[in-house]
Design a protein. Structure first.
Ligand code: WTA
Length: 648
């Protein structure tokens, strides 16, 4: 499908939507010309306990990176997500829960959510959780995950959610870095008919050195599965929550008080604790949710992301609830128990807005019409995509099959670091081109720069940067402002470096080309090659490892690992399986290498640096395009690797 294939906004759609193209253009210009005035007005989308008088105070100056929005205002996130809706829509469903098994569901009204959050907030307080304390969540996709998040915000505790698919090793690392005082988990999760051993993983994590900052573990009884119990440390959710009062006064938080930490992968080192604060983040999540999904009263919104990822924070919980929407939380997977489960859930709950990831779309597309069998999906109004570039074929399938050729697709580009969507179509305003994230949201100033940081004009490809701050931007890396500056502001001075490449076409539309650094995107999950390499070399038989991404039909990218064994060790099918299993255990199933390439040596420069550029080309079978190999210490290594790759 050519990029010239345009899906224009119909007059009918423009009419029904919150914004037309003219309004978008006018508001966008206003947001850039006078951000103070624009955001000063838009900040009123929230209820403030103490209104702000200052709007924007940000510096991208080298050595003085500082980002502040609404800095003298005070508010509470849970009050904005719950309390303020009670008078008008207390009986409206806030959280619609669909279990892994289709016969399990729950509807939780705003009144009920208020009660549950207040009680759990009081339970946390009773455990001496104070404003500023870090609480680690390792939760299944049940309403309690949202309740725990909102309860933290109600009392000013900072949540740090660890994705339920991560290993004990990964949990421990995050607990230690964030100094979590409490861990909230469940006995087990459920996915695709199988139990996920959440509590057992937490138990194992807490055996590791350095985790003694954790005082208590609160365990929600989800499946009723058998778990070990540590009398001194473990608390049953229900037992500590049921006796609590149903009222809990929300704590007034400064706009720049920390709201949450979320660990994400970078190109080097251990995962980074991205820190978001209260006011700007919520203003931005609320605004983007409203306009990107064209949210209107009565919509049933379903985001398939897990709460363990940023999408689950901004567009499963905070954005929708701050708008008073009904948000559907799904415990399972899109293809269980039937291939058409996703479409069945849409029909069952009359979902109007659906937000999912290209990897899920491609997995369904591979099943053909079985993915929509027996369903109408007639309730749908708008479709969204997030997490990785969506290839035009998958876009067209999503549009034709899931959306019955009648729903615009918003291909939303953003990152854990950006807090909310930065580049995206708006349903009633933006003509769509399959594969393009199109244009910037209000207040967002993208630019393309060359490798020297020179800004490029017109239709061209380059490194995607942001020239100025927006309210949802991360403020720092937890306890590591130097690394924050180094990672995001040192490559190109005076701008925020996204780590992505992009192309801009003649219409000013952005086409994200993918990461330009050593970060992989596997099924929409971000992973650093360095993390996987360090997991590999921690295996006693492995001397050296280098990981690169290769195209993968469903996952977007697959993991290709070059592994050099210690001398005296030999490869075997058993070791192949063992090494894969090792990585699963060290990081989690999502990091399992797709391909192991036993390599006797890796291509290095004379100074000993591994030449990844060459490894990428060999892995993708493009060995005729190796480029300059003159700096190689031993060129014969390359020939050997090419030969081995052909035999894999
Ligand atoms: C990629 C997820 C193309 C990108 C919200 C980014 C995308 C990384 C898109 C962030 C999109 C996300 N088109 N690429 N619509 N959305 N990405 O932090 O490489 O998990 O840098 O945040 O995902 O992943 P993260």
């Amino acid at each position: 499908m050519s990029e010239n294939h345009v899906y224009p906004v119909s007059a009918e759609l423009a009419e029904k939507s919150l914004l037309t193209n003219e309004q978008y253009l006018a508001d966008y210009a206003a947001s850039i010309n006078d951000p103070e005035a624009f955001w000063g007005e838009k900040g009123k989308i929230l209820d403030w306990i103490k209104p702000y008088t200052k709007v924007k105070n940000c510096s991208y100056d080298p050595g003085h990176i500082s980002i502040n929005w609404f800095e003298d205002g005070e508010l509470n996130v849970s009050a904005n997500c719950i309390d303020r809706h009670l008078a008008s829509k207390g009986d409206q469903v806030a959280i619609l829960w669909e279990g892994d098994s289709p016969d399990q569901d729950q509807s939780i009204t705003y009144n009920e959510l208020h009660k549950r959050v207040c009680q759990f907030s009081n339970a946390l307080k009773a455990q001496d959780v104070q404003k500023g304390d870090v609480v680690c969540l390792y939760m299944p996709m049940t309403p309690e995950a949202a309740v725990a998040m909102l309860a933290c915000t109600r009392i000013g505790a900072v949540h740090s959610i660890v994705f339920g698919g991560f290993s004990p090793e990964a949990i421990a690392g995050r607990i230690i870095d964030s100094k979590s005082k409490i861990v909230i988990t469940a006995d087990e999760g459920r996915r695709g008919g199988r139990p996920v051993p959440l509590k057992a993983n937490v138990d194992e994590a807490l055996e590791k050195e350095g985790t003694d900052c954790v005082e208590k573990v609160i365990v929600f009884k989800n499946t009723g599965g058998d778990v070990a119990w540590h009398e001194q440390r473990d608390l049953d959710w229900e037992t500590i929550t049921a006796p609590q009062s149903e009222q809990c006064e929300p704590t007034a938080m400064n706009a720049e008080d920390p709201l949450f930490i979320l660990y994400t992968s970078g190109s080097t080192g251990t995962p980074k604790g991205v820190l978001h604060t209260t006011g700007g983040y919520l203003v931005y999540a609320t605004m983007t949710f409203k306009y990107v999904f064209d949210y209107q009263e009565g919509d049933i919104y379903w985001c398939t992301a897990d709460v363990g990822w940023i999408t689950g924070h901004s567009y499963l919980v905070y954005g929708p609830l701050a708008n008073g929407a009904t948000t559907l939380l799904f415990e399972g997977v899109p293809t269980y128990p039937t291939t058409a489960r996703m479409s069945e859930v849409v029909d069952k709950h009359n979902v109007t807005l659906l937000y999912t990831a290209p990897t899920a779309i491609r997995a369904l597309m591979a099943k053909g019409d079985d993915a929509i069998k027996g369903t109408s999906r007639e309730s749908l109004r708008i479709l969204g995509s997030v997490g990785e570039p969506i290839n035009p074929e998958a876009w067209e399938w999503y549009y034709d099959k899931i959306g019955n050729k009648s729903c615009p697709i918003v291909d939303t580009w953003w990152q854990t670091e950006t807090g909310g969507i930065l580049i995206t179509p708006l349903p009633g305003a933006t003509d769509l081109k399959p594969g393009s994230a199109t244009r910037p949201f209000f207040g967002v100033q993208p630019a393309l720069v060359d490798n020297e940081g020179v800004i490029l004009e017109g239709a061209i490809e380059g490194n995607l940067v942001m020239l100025d701050s927006w309210p949802g931007q991360m403020r720092t890396l937890f306890n590591n402002h130097d690394r924050f500056e180094q990672t995001y502001f040192s490559t190109f001075k005076g701008m925020y470096t996204t780590g992505d490449g992009a192309r801009r076409d003649e219409d000013g539309y952005y086409w994200i080309t993918g990461r330009v650094d050593d970060v992989l995107n596997v099924s929409g999950h971000r992973m650093g090659t360095a993390e996987i390499e360090s997991a590999l070399v921690s295996h006693p038989k492995i001397a050296e490892a280098a990981v690169v991404g290769v195209p993968h039909e469903i996952k977007g990218q697959g993991i290709y690992a070059y592994v050099t064994l210690n001398s005296g060790e030999f490869s075997s099918p058993e070791l192949y399986a063992e090494v894969k299993q090792w990585v699963r255990k060290e990081i989690g199933p999502i990091a399992t290498p797709d391909i192991l390439h036993w390599a006797e040596g890796l291509p290095k420069t004379r100074s000993g640096k591994i030449m990844r550029r060459i490894l990428r080309k060999i892995a993708t079978g493009e060995s005729d395009q190796l480029g300059d190999t003159s700096t190689l210490a031993d060129p014969s290594v390359v020939d050997q690797l090419i030969k081995e790759n052909a035999e894999l």
